[in-house]
Design a protein around this ligand. Structure first.
Ligand code: G6P
Ligand code: MG
Length: 544
């Protein structure tokens, strides 16, 4: 239990948050990010009001009606059937567990849970989910400050709620009721769901914050050894005290207060405001003196200009010669959304590392090759989705489906603008059948990828570790032009916040797009100049 809240309830050394002091924030969904707590509660109430009435008729004994306190105490934050069990136990009612396939009419724990889910699904289908404005604001500020975020929910409807609200892409990691059932994770107040999210973010609980509105949730956060457990009370009387009692370190009624400064160390900026590399050359040169450079290069839009037909993006022979020259003094890796074999063939150099399929498939000099387990387990999903996409897109002129080993690209650069929406609809329809895959958007392409935390940034970190390049005599440099390259800029910013070094360079002039890069190059010609400059300085200054 916590100290008397009346004294100074929100005093905690980590609160409000200072981005440099933490690595990640894990948010609960219903009631914290989306305004869906009431809809869940109403569905539970409908179920239990009906059920308790039937029960009274059958047993001639009353056991009180279903209250808001019942929701908070027995159901909120818990997996569906565990909630039913705990509520019934509070009324001394024991029912057989049953089976998740039970019909909503069956008088079992699962049957009742399914009836509630029927009511909730009806609500979800007929309503647009609202995202709390303070949640959107804080997520954006955390992103800009280089703090990673995850969403968790005991609910099996998490994915549908995120999609309905249009916020699926806002979180680096998601762990929900479906994952919990698949992996047999115990529900809150066990901390398993939060620990799993932290693990997938690649952060330790001691540097991670949990934000929750459920009593079982704050209890789980406290048990999991997280740096700070923030209870969210959106104006309910008595709830703040209850949250503190169950383990919240602090309680807030708006997420806006979570971060210290409304603009804490803002790192991202629109592309056009990023310092041009050519104006910062001397400073960078000084920074690289006596360092080993680990150079990571995106392919399309970075080493070659974007072309109408992605199959025709050829590397110029001068660019190839420069990269080959650089590979003598630096560690060089090309990290691409393309298939590994494809990008390796296009670059055609043996001395460099390649990460294909957004980093799921990695190869290096001397025949070294690793297919990451993170990708392999998704192959059956990708195969099925590929077949579905080919079938649905056959009719749309100009659309092309490119299968890579661990992802699928749907290119629409050559699709008439009136038809682009149909392409996206087809992709969404196929993806609705494959919940383990997700869509992201690049330049005139939809990428269908495993729903995994793996990305170009993780591939960069993985390569640094594999190549023993974690020391402070190493400066990683990442050059890329597209949204997927932001994941790499993000990990460099994070390393920087932890005292490491790293330079992110964005290519192009996508004015208005926010980026976490440190410097900008205006196009692939400037990339060529930059690489030649690197050849020159590594020959004379940086460590070989
Ligand atoms: C979350 C919600 C609860 C809900 C539980 C199970 O914790 O806050 O209200 O009962 O998930 O949700 P589900 O949608 O799987 O029944
Ligand atoms: Mg909640």
């Amino acid at each position: 239990m916590k100290e008397d809240p009346a004294v100074n309830p929100n005093q905690h050394p980590l609160y409000p948050l200072e981005p440099v002091e933490i690595d990640a924030v894990i948010f609960d969904l219903d009631g914290v990010i989306t305004d869906t707590r009431c809809a869940h509660e109403a569905a539970w109430k409908q179920l239990f009001d009906e059920y308790l009435e039937e029960h009274v008729k059958a047993h001639q004994s009353g056991c009180g009606s279903f209250s808001h306190e019942d929701y908070r105490e027995y159901l909120d934050g818990k997996p569906r059937y565990e909630g039913v069990r705990d509520f019934l136990a509070s009324r001394h009612i024991q029912l057989p567990w049953g089976d998740p396939a039970d019909s909503p009419e069956q008088e079992t724990v699962c049957g009742l849970g399914n009836r509630k889910n029927h009511y909730f699904s009806q609500w979800l289908e007929s309503h647009t989910v609202d995202t709390f404005a303070d949640a959107l604001d804080v997520l954006q500020r955390l992103y800009r400050a280089g703090v990673r975020t995850a969403i968790i929910s005991a609910s099996k409807n998490c994915e549908a709620v995120l999609a309905n609200a249009g916020i699926t892409d806002l979180f680096a990691v998601k762990v929900d009721g479906v994952d919990m059932a698949e992996q047999s994770l115990p529900g809150k107040p066990d901390p398993a769901i939060f620990l799993q999210a932290a693990q997938r973010l690649g952060v330790s609980p001691e540097r991670t914050v949990v934000v929750e509105d459920a009593l079982a949730g704050v209890k789980a956060g406290a048990r999991g050894g997280f740096a700070l457990v923030v209870g969210v009370n959106r104006g309910e009387s008595g709830h703040a005290e209850a949250l503190r009692h169950y383990g919240a370190d602090v309680v807030t009624n708006t997420l806006t207060e979570l971060l210290k400064d409304p603009q804490p160390g803002v790192l991202s900026a629109p592309v056009e405001e990023i310092a041009l590399f050519r104006e910062a050359r001397n400073a960078v040169r000084a920074r690289l003196r006596n360092k080993h450079i680990a150079l990571f290069l995106d392919y399309d839009g970075t080493l070659t200009p974007i072309v109408e037909d992605y199959r025709k993006a050829q590397l110029s022979s001068t660019m190839r010669a420069t990269i080959s020259e650089l590979a003598r003094s630096c560690t060089v890796a090309v990290i691409s959304g393309r298939d590994l074999d494809d990008v390796r063939k296009l670059v055609g150099l043996d001395q460099v590392f390649y990460a294909g399929s957004h980093g799921f498939d990695i190869a290096g000099p001397k025949g070294w090759h690793v297919e990451l387990q993170q990708g392999k387990e998704f192959l059956p999903d990708l195969d099925a989705a590929e077949a579905g996409l080919r079938e649905k897109l056959r009719e749309i002129g100009g659309a092309s489906v490119e299968r890579k080993k661990f992802s699928i690209a749907v290119h629409y650069r050559q699709v008439a603008s009136d038809d682009v929406l149909s392409v996206e609809e087809a992709v969404d329809r196929v993806l609705s059948e494959h919940p383990r895959l997700r869509k992201s958007s690049g330049k005139k392409v939809f990428d269908v990828k495993p729903r995994s935390h793996w990305n170009k940034g993780q591939a960069l970190l993985w390569l640094l570790e594999r190549c023993d390049l974690g020391g402070d005599d190493v400066v990683p440099i990442y050059i890329g032009d597209d949204t997927t390259d932001e994941d790499a800029f993000h990990v460099l910013r994070q390393a920087e916040r932890n005292g490491g070094d790293g330079i992110g360079i964005i290519v192009g002039d996508d004015s208005g797009r926010p980026t976490l890069a440190h410097y900008a190059l205006e196009g692939t010609d400037e990339v060529a100049d930059f690489l030649q400059w690197l050849v020159a300085i590594t020959a004379t200054g940086a460590k070989g």
